[in-house]
Design a binder for this molecule. Sequence first.
Ligand SMILES: [Zn+2]
Length: 316
Amino acid sequence: MKLAILFFTLTFFGASFSVFGQKTPRLIAVTIDDLPVVSTRRDLKNRQEITRKLLAHITKAKIPAIGFVNENKLYADEKRDEAQIDLLRAWLDAKLELGNHTFSHVNIANVSLEKYKEEILKGELVTKELLAAKRMKPRYFRHPFLWTGLNLETKSELGKFLGEHDYTIAPVTIDNADWIFARAYDNAFDKGDLELMKRIGAAYVPYMEAKMDYWERQSVKLFGREIRQILLLHANFINSDYMDDLAKMLKKRSYKFVSLDEALKDEAYQLPDNFVRRNGISWLHRWALDKGRENVLPDEPKTPEFVMKAAGVESE
Ligand SMILES: [Zn+2]
């Protein structure tokens, strides 16, 4: 009997190794932007529903996720809106962390550095207060649009400012267009087109799986191994419906969910980010471009045409 169990275990692990070619589980941190919610369904009831569903999936899959907040969504007529702030309290009650994503989701290319710094400070007031009640402090900053600055001087000065305020930059490796799928899904919902919603939803998880495969290969191309990945998602309607399926897909690919802290312990993140172009891209591509364009894998999966059309988005 003992032998039989041992044999089964070995076979099981043997299979899982040979299928994925990895000796240890793959590790991934899940980061969720634009809290409390980003959707055309802006009224409180819908925001509550999206938050409740999203957090139920995250809790069920035991994902130690971090959410990045735009605090401008917490005010109504310039007054604090406690009902909106309760949405963030729900994240903390689910034992998740919150980080800073600027007050109003500004692009660093469109404002002065002074204004950008103001946006960061204005964007931490409520979060700081909520975290303090849990004996925590905001620790991570995520650049809106992943635009990090158009020259190295700006980046360096911002880096200094963030350091002085105890922030660490939260990079992204698994970049994707969940925001385009989300817009398409919202639009289909707003038109009452349930068939289209289903089609978009059915295409979403396979698209994300193709992206995972791409970034895993891009990681091997650069580092000769798969680094601890950092996935970017948004607090949107489609994820509130499909987060469960996304988590299942990741588990099927042998991923174990870790906190952003744990992911950043991978030495890959010691590499500098020297990217200064007018774009917001994965850190894997930033590092690849530093080594020479030939290091960028060419076959990055694209968002299906019908999703682009339903979203009313011209290019990714
Ligand atoms: Zn964002």
